[in-house]
Design a protein around this ligand. Structure first.
Ligand SMILES: Nc1ncnc2c1ncn2[C@@H]1O[C@H](COP(=O)(O)OP(=O)(O)O)[C@@H](O)[C@H]1O
Ligand SMILES: [Mg+2]
Length: 277
């Protein structure tokens, strides 16, 4: 059975690391303190909360999905007096719930920000799982997997799942496996990528391609503009903001990113570079 899991929460033996964060959450639980957990999509917010509660044994989890709750009123009606943990990816929206003065949740929860599992913590866990299935993976290839999947916890697991799928016991993971895994990952999502591309403008497609190739640290640099084939930085900014609304890209402290790392690989592999100049 494939030992890599993505797309749902992981707990117990499938949960790696984060000892310090677990301890902090448990201390807040003891103090009856609400906590809000921030972080990118798929870094492991929900899993962290569930694992902290699971290890406590004395508590049980009540989960409310607030994804489609659009107003504070509905939110309030949905849950009035339970002990709460909040977790969300849309940072500015999440933050406004807890930081705007007229919100009923103003200052009601301690904020906790979590990053993707660090390579040093995650790599031994993943290596062990490959080895338990008689697959050898060198640090060099594990680093490749991290970089191709953008280092986000759930995306790394998804990549490992595909590597496992295309490999056999007794094999050592090689470039061949990486290439086959990318093919598999892309084939699973190709239709949705094509329909996403059909919905954006030609210049937005150009920006996506440049993001895929150059990354999003400096989307107004000369190099970026040249690759997009655009002369002005403000049009790039507009394209990024519009695609942010469509959840194709998002902004992080490290710059703009394509939301789905498999989409990034797809763009990289299937699009021709545009004429420069
Ligand atoms: N502590 C962890 N150890 C191993 N994998 C994890 C861990 N946390 C998250 N993951 C991976 O990330 C995926 C998404 O986790 P989840 O908790 O749903 O993230 P979020 O709530 O931040 O979107 C999981 O399915 C799993 O593949
Ligand atoms: Mg979640």
């Amino acid at each position: 059975m494939n030992p890599f899991h993505y797309g749902s929460i992981v707990t117990d033996k499938d949960f790696c690391g984060r000892a310090e964060a677990i301890k902090q959450i448990q201390q807040h639980m003891d103090g009856g303190q609400n906590v809000v957990v921030y972080g990118e999509r798929r870094v492991g917010k929900t899993s962290l909360i569930f694992e902290a509660i699971r290890r406590k044994r004395s508590h049980r989890a009540l989960r409310l999905d607030l994804m489609n709750i659009k107003s504070i009123d509905t939110l309030c009606r949905k849950f009035i007096s339970a002990p709460f943990f909040f977790a969300g990816s849309i940072r500015h929206q999440m933050e406004s719930i807890f930081t705007s003065h007229d919100s009923p949740f103003f200052k009601s929860a301690i904020p906790m920000s979590i990053d993707p599992l660090a390579y040093e913590e995650f790599a031994p866990f993943l290596t062990e799982r490959f080895e338990a299935g008689q697959r050898k993976v060198s640090a060099e290839y594990l680093e490749k997997i991290f970089s191709l999947s953008g280092g986000v916890t759930g995306d790394v697991q998804q990549f490992c799942e595909a590597i496992w799928y295309v490999s056999e016991p007794g094999e050592e993971i090689s470039q061949q496996h990486i290439a086959s895994a990318i093919d598999i990952l892309i084939s699973r999502e190709k239709l949705s990528f094509q329909s996403a591309l059909a919905k954006v403008t030609a210049s937005q497609v150009g920006v996506l391609y440049a993001l895929a190739v150059l990354g999003g640290k400096a989307p107004t640099s000369k190099e970026f503009l040249a690759l997009v084939g655009s002369r002005n930085a403000s049009s790039i900014k507009k394209a990024l903001e519009s695609m942010d609304k469509q959840k194709l890209v998002y902004h992080t402290e490290a710059g703009w990113k394509i939301m789905n790392p498999v989409f990034r690989l797809y763009l990289h592999l299937t699009m021709e570079p545009r004429a420069q100049g």
